[in-house]
Design a protein around this ligand. Structure first.
Ligand code: F0G
Length: 458
């Protein structure tokens, strides 16, 4: 078979509301040129995130009906727990309402002033939860991961040499844990190799530092290992996933990604004392340890989603549909991160609009134009999201990369939606010389990209 088809049939549909370009120009202006502030009903194709936007299967919806809503010891919890254990093999599984709730609990306990957490790249909420405790979050991405055009297979890897140097410099007693984000969302949805995971395990053993995954996209990461790493071609995705998790002491997870649900998460651990502290905090912030901020029905849907996400027909279609969009864009000369990652296409805004400097947020300019041109909502991952100000001069310290992410929700859009997305991006690219820079006219002190307001620079 040549064409890789969507491995599902559509049973329920949700109509798309179409808008005109004139309407969209006004909508965007009213939203302060920040698509986070646009009503979803005014969006034609929503690529803001792949988080919580999955289409659930008929089996998951059946699970919703089976949900046991008992406050304590619900049947659905045990189903959830055994599904998560099947993947992680960790001893203690704590449900949370989403990924950042797991992060908040873990880092509140381990963080604090004078502590340092090291990673390939922390996602924005993870970094925020670390910094909120007064601790520091340090990204140590491998060199090829910083080059948007390097065609390396595992650009999400941590630089293990630099990692060891950091440990020596900071002192192992000041590093409560090392975390690998799989796949590396901020750096292009790029995978981490099994080899890299094993090397980090060795370093963590040497210095006696716990090792965790931010496991949001673990199945996509495992499929890349199967496709690209020697020795894994004939292993099942489940075997690969279990091997990956066998090297870590715990994980934080947003089930809104690779558990194919709209809400949920977990914290998995092997350390009993830490698990007990986490559970105590969970009761204060999320709920009793057998539901952790979720309904029984949500736990059922996660348990079923975890079975479906490691299905190889699903993963083949998933990874291929992103690659297909990437190929179309590359053929038209659109600069994107190569090779394409697991859940999104990342436009390299620095090369797309070289005439707009980082201080004028080139990524935001592309985000705005994609919305105006085709009603497509995307997100800037660059200096709007990660830029900081120099405390003395007040000048912007730009992010390492200026990217626009086109995140593809799981099982939601068909190939013709993908063709439409390609057409719109190419149209904007052909008109790139007319794109303008933006300035920020309002921003919050933390995670500013969610609520910032902008104005085009005329
Ligand atoms: N870690 C990673 C790598 C993520 O991508 C996210 C969320 C989180 C943690 C937090 O999980 O949203 O359930 O609290 N990423 C979403 C995104 C928001 O659009 O990439 P959460």
């Amino acid at each position: 078979m040549k064409t890789i088809i969507e491995p599902f049939k559509i049973k329920t549909v949700e109509p798309i509301r179409f808008t005109t370009k004139e309407e969209r120009i006004k909508i965007l202006k009213d939203a302060g040129y920040n698509p986070f502030l646009i009503h979803a009903d005014d969006v034609i194709i929503d690529l803001l995130t792949d988080s919580g936007t999955s289409a659930m299967s008929s089996e998951q919806w059946s699970g919703i009906m089976r949900g046991d809503e008992s406050y304590a010891g619900a049947k659905s919890f045990y189903k959830f727990e055994s599904a998560v254990k099947k993947i992680t093999n960790h001893k203690f599984i704590i449900p949370t309402h989403q990924g950042r709730a797991a992060e908040k609990i873990l880092f509140s306990i381990l963080g604090g002033k004078g502590k340092y957490f090291l990673s390939n790249t922390f996602f924005d909420t993870t970094r925020a939860n670390i910094e909120f405790t007064g601790a520091e979050a340090i990204d140590i991405l491998c060199e090829e991961g910083k080059n948007t055009q390097a065609k390396a297979p595992f650009k999400g890897n941590i630089d293990t040499k630099a990692l060891e140097n950091y440990i020596k410099k900071i002192g192992k007693e000041n590093i409560p844990l090392i975390m690998l984000t799989i796949t590396n969302n901020t750096g292009g949805g790029q995978p981490v190799s099994m080899q890299n995971i094993k090397e980090v395990r060795k370093i963590c053993d040497k210095y006696n530092i716990p090792f965790f995954f931010d496991a949001c996209r673990f199945a996509e990461n495992a499929y890349f290992i199967k496709l690209r790493e020697d020795g894994y071609k004939d292993k099942s995705v489940l075997e690969i996933v279990r091997e990956m998790f066998s090297y870590v002491d715990g994980s934080t997870m947003s089930a809104k990604k690779d558990a194919l649900v709209n809400i949920g998460g977990w914290l998995s651990l092997n350390d009993e004392e830490l698990a007990s502290k986490c559970r105590n905090l969970l009761i204060v912030t999320e709920g009793f340890p057998t539901y952790g901020g979720l309904a029984g029905r949500d736990l059922e849907a996660i348990a079923q989603g975890l079975e479906e996400v490691i299905d190889e027909n699903y993963l083949r279609y998933r990874i291929r549909s992103i690659e297909y969009l990437g190929e179309k864009l590359l053929r038209a000369g659109v600069p994107i991160i190569e090779p394409t990652g697991g859940h999104a296409i990342y436009i390299d805004a620095k090369r797309f609009v070289p005439h707009i400097p980082p201080e004028q947020y080139p990524g935001q300019s592309i985000v705005c134009e994609l919305y105006i041109e085709g009603g497509i909502r995307t997100v800037e991952i660059g200096s709007v999201m990660f830029g900081k100000y120099n405390k003395e001069t007040g000048k912007l310290i730009p992010a390492m990369m200026e990217l626009v992410r086109l995140a593809i929700p799981r099982r939601v859009y068909t190939q013709s939606h993908i063709d439409y997305i390609a057409e719109v991006v190419i149209e904007v690219f052909n008109n790139k010389n007319n794109l303008k820079g933006y300035k920020i006219i309002y921003e919050a002190p933390i995670l500013r990209h969610f609520t910032a307001k902008f104005e085009p620079i005329e």
